[in-house]
Design a binder for this molecule. Structure first.
Ligand SMILES: NC(=O)c1ccc[n+]([C@@H]2O[C@H](COP(=O)([O-])OP(=O)(O)OC[C@H]3O[C@@H](n4cnc5c(N)ncnc54)[C@H](O)[C@@H]3O)[C@@H](O)[C@H]2O)c1
Ligand SMILES: [Zn+2]
Ligand SMILES: [Zn+2]
Length: 393
């Protein structure tokens, strides 16, 4: 089959690789019909390179049709239409019982002290072959895949794999008070969808980014936007719009590669240039994040407010403003999305004919798998209005 493989820093290639096979009786094989490209994939593209191995199959936002099931699979049938969550979670351990699916104890990665495995997401998360491929092996087939109805286009359901539950959890964790104001920092797919969900819930939403098309896109749906490059200070701009106090809740939807953190960027680049044997422990023990977005978020939230961090951070040596966090009495909630926890909240919205979250038109680019190398490059540089890419294998 064809698959998108990581071959080196900023070097994704579509290669012919062996088809996946059923290796546990509880596995299924899915023929992938649509599969998303995510901001999280961009971390693998560059910063997390030390944890990648040439040939790794990437991608964690797939959906498709069941092609084969193992002997132990009872509920899932060949021909079922499914979305595959990015968490590889078993559905029966203690963490899964708490619906903390991104912490699944059956697939946790003790070597790196990380939580549940993810599809296509480096050694840190289990080195599980990913979903930007023609076929995908899905473990725990009676629990993990989300069955969806036949009929509507893929993109009605595709984002149940990551974007929708991640954005939903970000808004939940933000705990915006009734009639309160939510600030979303970063208007990529995750921030944009978080803003849509919050608007749908009737909240006032402010949004910050620096890419003109992304600001315009959010504004057209009712977000009050702030262009990082047009204001002297993001925190002041937010306070000006919120009676001087700041936003009740803030979602940081940017993460470790924030624009505007030059010394940390230099450190990340340096680690990326070292041989893997040295780079991997460097990233693990001394890695730093680019904290511009997190610092804006901490500054812009009001005293006693809530900070919901959905952008991925990974550095172990970050200088974060502990004094301010503590003094402002900020509550922080964060983590990888517990994808399946939110399916029941989201399913009515994606099956609603009026498409309240605009999922059908959410992607800007639908391309064959072969175009992955260019799509990664454009998504990283944010050129040509590339916002969300869906591959059609
Ligand atoms: N927690 C989870 O489960 C989960 C799931 C999916 C994605 N993510 C993470 O969410 C983040 C966003 O993902 P995405 O797909 O939207 O990616 P993206 O890279 O397209 O979006 C990031 C946006 O932030 C903007 N930005 C950069 N620096 C900024 C700054 N200093 N201030 C304001 N805006 C800034 C960029 O212009 C871009 O629009 C990534 O870190 C991704 O890894 C987390
Ligand atoms: Zn994703
Ligand atoms: Zn589990």
């Amino acid at each position: 089959m064809k698959a998108v493989t990581w071959q080196g820093k900023r070097d994704m290639r579509v290669e012919e690789v062996p088809d996946p096979v059923i290796s546990e009786p509880t596995d299924a094989i899915i023929k992938v019909t649509s599969t998303g490209l995510c901001g999280s994939d961009l971390h693998l593209y560059e910063v997390l390179s030390p944890f990648m191995t040439p040939g790794d199959i990437v991608g964690h936002e797939p959906m498709g049709v069941v092609e084969e099931v193992g002997a132990g699979v009872t509920d899932l049938k060949v021909g079922d239409r499914v979305v595959v969550p990015f968490n590889v979670s078993c559905g029966s351990c203690w963490m899964c019982d708490q619906q903390l699916y991104s912490q699944c104890e059956t697939t946790q990665n003790h070597e790196f002290r990380t939580g549940a495995s993810f599809f296509g997401y480096s050694k840190l998360y289990g080195q599980v072959p990913g979903g930007q491929a023609e076929l995908l092996r899905v473990p725990f087939a009676d629990f993990l895949p989300i069955k969806v109805p036949q009929g509507p286009p893929d993109e009605r359901f595709l984002y149940l794999s990551d974007v929708l539950p991640t954005a939903w959890q970000a808004v939940e964790y933000a705990a915006v008070p009734k009639d309160g104001t939510l600030l979303v920092v970063g208007l990529g797919p995750i921030g944009d969808m978080s803003a849509r969900i919050a608007l749908h819930q009737g909240l006032r939403v402010l949004g910050v980014d620096l890419v003109p098309e992304r600001l315009a896109r959010a504004q057209s749906r009712g977000v009050e936007v702030i262009d990082v490059n047009a204001v002297e200070d993001v925190g002041d701009a937010v306070r000006d719009r919120t009676g001087g106090r700041g936003a009740d809740s803030v979602i940081d939807a940017v993460g470790l590669e924030a624009h505007g953190s030059s010394s940390a960027k230099a450190a990340q680049t340096l680690v990326g240039l070292l041989p893997d044997k040295i780079a991997e422990p460097m990233m693990e023990k001394a890695g730093v994040d680019r904290l511009a977005a997190l610092n804006s978020s901490i500054d812009a939230v009001r005293r006693g407010g809530t900070l919901s961090i959905v952008g991925v951070y990974g550095g172990m040596a970050d200088p974060i403003p502990m004094l301010t966090l503590f003094d402002k009495q900020i509550q922080i909630r964060q983590g990888q999305a517990n994808v399946k926890k939110w399916t029941d909240d989201l399913m009515p919205l994606v099956t609603d004919d009026s498409d309240p979250l605009g999922v059908e038109q959410f992607a800007t680019h639908r391309v064959p798998l072969e175009e992955a190398p260019r799509a990664y490059q454009q998504f990283q540089s944010k050129d040509d209005g590339v916002f969300k890419v869906v591959f059609k294998p």
